[in-house]
Design a protein around this ligand. Structure first.
Ligand SMILES: *Cc1c(COP(=O)(O)O)cnc(C)c1O
Length: 387
């Protein structure tokens, strides 16, 4: 006990942390140094997809640790190859680039889009259209892609070539395409950090069509929505569209840092030798962990995610003190009448850890959270919201 003070003294002050010292956990339960038990409704921001210290995941990771933990990308390793094959077979995408985080996965997507246009139309076609209220990461380029001014102010100049259109307004996207030398449109199907707001189906399909008509790269950022979170393997599958590039990270590694960028037949040959790289990308331990996650995202399992999501949605939507519930699958945003900070504090007091997104409570529980535990957490949230 007592590492909060050390952290405060030596770790950069970039996070407003809760005064909880997490020491261990199992599944969807976390334990703090003072012995308190919490139901984990945040899963490390949608990362521990099968919960804490999951046995199958742990066995896969340890087995790989006992073989080789890193080789560099100068050589071939099996987990990386098999994970790429598995994902391409499940999505119809053709090639995978491995990175280590969501922001890096998006950096790759952005490089693919720029080079695609540079090869076909010329380097001046470099503008990427993203949406207002989006979130794409914290590097200077993915910050520029992020359509929220509050992230931009103190870090100018950001990478140029990003224009922000309005979500669910196709006219706004069309206008941005017309007024700029564009190479791509990039969207999140459900804006996570922006408040768990699902885009309209007609809008997403319209963006796909605009990209087709103008030979733009259609990028879907699945960093948060991907890997089963919405009840589909990737959220775009709920929309009946086929992106040219998909980025993902968060839940993929089950808790290990891995991100990746998938390319389809249109974009698979854009990157050649030396165009991109990463020292840690495709790390065999992370890839082995990811295989153990993706293998379990069967149709049957994904259907359970949907059922659990519907339970949360239907239970909360008409509850006292709850104004609206948004999202998809086990990615849920809850607008409460009470200030969200008060609801959050009360949930913590009563042993339930939730997240927030803007002015909403956000739930991203482990995908395999037992129904009984989910019910208990939802009850605590309802009581807190009703006060
Ligand atoms: C979290 C997130 C990112 C950034 O991921 P990092 O791993 O933190 O770099 C990018 N896009 C979306 C949609 C996210 O939710």
């Amino acid at each position: 006990m007592g590492f909060i003070d050390i952290d405060k003294q030596y770790v950069a002050n970039t996070y407003a942390r809760f005064p909880i010292e997490i020491v261990n956990g199992k599944g969807s339960l976390l334990y703090s140094a003072d012995g308190k038990e919490y139901i984990d409704m945040g899963s490390g921001i949608g990362v521990t997809a099968f919960g804490i210290s999951d046995d199958i995941w742990k066995d896969a990771v340890i087995a790989q640790l006992n073989k080789v933990q890193h080789t560099s990308n100068l050589y071939y390793t099996e987990p990386c190859a098999n994970l790429a094959k598995m994902l391409c077979e499940r999505t119809g995408m053709k090639k995978v680039f491995f990175a280590n985080s969501g922001a890096e996965a998006n950096e790759c997507a952005i490089k693919v889009a720029r080079k695609y246009a540079a090869d076909k139309k010329g380097q001046d076609y470099n503008v990427i259209i993203t949406l207002k209220n989006s979130f794409h990461g914290r590097t200077l380029t993915t910050l520029a892609a992020t359509g929220q001014d509050k992230f931009h102010e103190l870090f100018q100049p950001l990478t140029g070539g990003f224009v922000h259109a309005t979500a669910n307004d196709l006219g706004s996207v069309e206008k941005a395409v017309k007024e700029n030398k564009a190479c791509a449109v990039m969207i999140e199907c459900v804006q996570g950090e922006g408040g768990v707001i699902g885009l309209d189906k007609e809008f997403v399909q319209g963006v796909e069509k605009i990209c087709k008509d103008n030979d733009l790269v259609f990028i879907v950022d699945e960093v948060q929505t991907g890997n089963g979170r919405t009840g589909a393997l990737y959220a775009y599958m709920n929309y009946g569209v086929k992106p040219d590039v998909v980025s993902t990270a968060k839940g993929l590694g089950g808790g290990l840092p891995i991100g990746l960028c998938m390319m389809n037949e249109k974009t698979q040959s854009v990157l050649g030798f030396g165009d991109h790289g990463s020292t840690f990308g495709g790390n065999p331990v992370c890839a082995a962990g990811a295989i153990s996650i993706v293998e379990r995202l069967t149709d049957e399992f994904l259907n359970e995610v949907k059922v659990k999501g519907e339970y949360v949605f239907n239970t909360l939507k008409n509850a006292k003190g709850i104004e609206s519930v948004s999202g998809m699958g086990l990615m849920v945003g809850i607008k409460t009448t009470r200030p969200v900070k008060e609801v959050l504090s009360e949930c913590i007091e009563n042993g339930v850890l939730c997240l927030t997104a803007k002015d909403k409570l956000r739930l991203l529980p482990a995908l395999n959270i037992p129904m009984e535990m989910l019910k208990k957490a939802v009850e605590v949230i309802m009581v807190a919201a009703a006060k």
